[in-house]
Design a protein around this ligand. Sequence first.
Ligand code: ATP
Ligand code: MG
Length: 414
Amino acid sequence: MKQSKLFGKTLRESPKDEQSVNARLLVQAGYAEKLMAGVYSFLPLGLRVLNKIEQIIREEINAIGGQELLLPALHPREPWEQTGRWETVDDLYKLTDSSGRDFALGATHEEVITPLVKRDIFSYRDLPLALYQFQTKFRMELRAKSGLLRGREFLMKDLYSFHASEKDFQSYYEKAKEAYKKIFSRLGIGDKTVLTFASGGSFSKYSHEFQTLTTAGEDTIYLCENCRVAVNAEIVSEQKVCPECDRAKDELKIAKAIEVGNIFPLKTRFSDSFRLTYKDEAGQDQPVIMGCYGIGLGRVMGAIVEVHHDDEGICWPKSVAPYQVHLVRLGDEPEIVKQADTLYEKINKLGSEVLYDDREISSGVKLKDADLIGLPLRVIVSAKTVAAGKFEYKQRAADKTALSSDIKVLLKLL
Ligand code: ATP
Ligand code: MG
């Protein structure tokens, strides 16, 4: 991609109306643009990151038997009445059309998926079942000030599982836990993300959250540095010790963290509302046991930026960077242009994703922008490198540059 053609220019100044680091950097670098508090457009660079996050999640959820579908965002009032949540979910956006009919904008999808699976679940042979989607959720978040971390409209991966027995549910829940660990590790935040015990709501003793440690986090957790598990401060009054090694609360470290995902036992809360049952081997009707598993994609993107940045800009992990290589041409002399253009073609041919800064602007601005945008590998073609018959390169997080003449070898660094 030639940067001269890229939609989403970098801004000289960091946006004044953003308080959080993730939004300041993502808006300044041209990844996202705020429409209003808690609602962002993703520009071409930002969408590439989002799509990479989505694909990693998709691969790991498919690997535990999830089947992808897509449910509507506009819901009728009736199923929300049926679960009693029309009145109790206080962040639900409700709207009425000109005929007087009420709707909800989906804040979550139990009200849609549970009645839907009734069409296919009859007997124990139809279970287990795991269905998921990537879908826009709407929530009336009143404190939307953390950039991509808390949106009023945001993309979520939500997975729902359906089981014939508590035992089968438990075994799937453990698989989901492992899948989540793989996902966050592939997303480049594995070593900062800890399994956290949280309240199970009214359904069960615990649910589990995946909390990414950063001072930008809204949640407070008690971390056992020994076991790398934590307890959310909201439940710590019940859970006074590390759930794994029984270390006492005062030996746990208090830390701020972002809840990037969670897994939740639903028991029969929704199957009861919609009478979702199956016939067991004796032909008796039994309620289906359910679980739900969420990951916020925009929140993950924001969390990655909170963890991976420095004073100059973002430092994307390779797995989610919008492009792997930032080819920066310094100077407009014909020989420099020729060599840079040739290198661009070569990198494309070798199959690496490359952003080529071919703009006719000052070298200082180009280098600053490259740091801000934060691609993993920077390759520079300048008067100096042309004279040396080589090009210069630098990994985003490293401080030293080096010279090379073999782009193929260099791309192997990635
Ligand atoms: P929180 O306590 O932060 O409000 P939640 O408990 O409401 O989160 P869930 O309803 O379980 O979250 O949603 C699943 C996942 O969706 C969360 O783990 C998080 O990654 C993401 N998420 C939830 N609310 C938002 C939001 N307002 N903006 C962006 N992502 C969100
Ligand atoms: Mg919430």
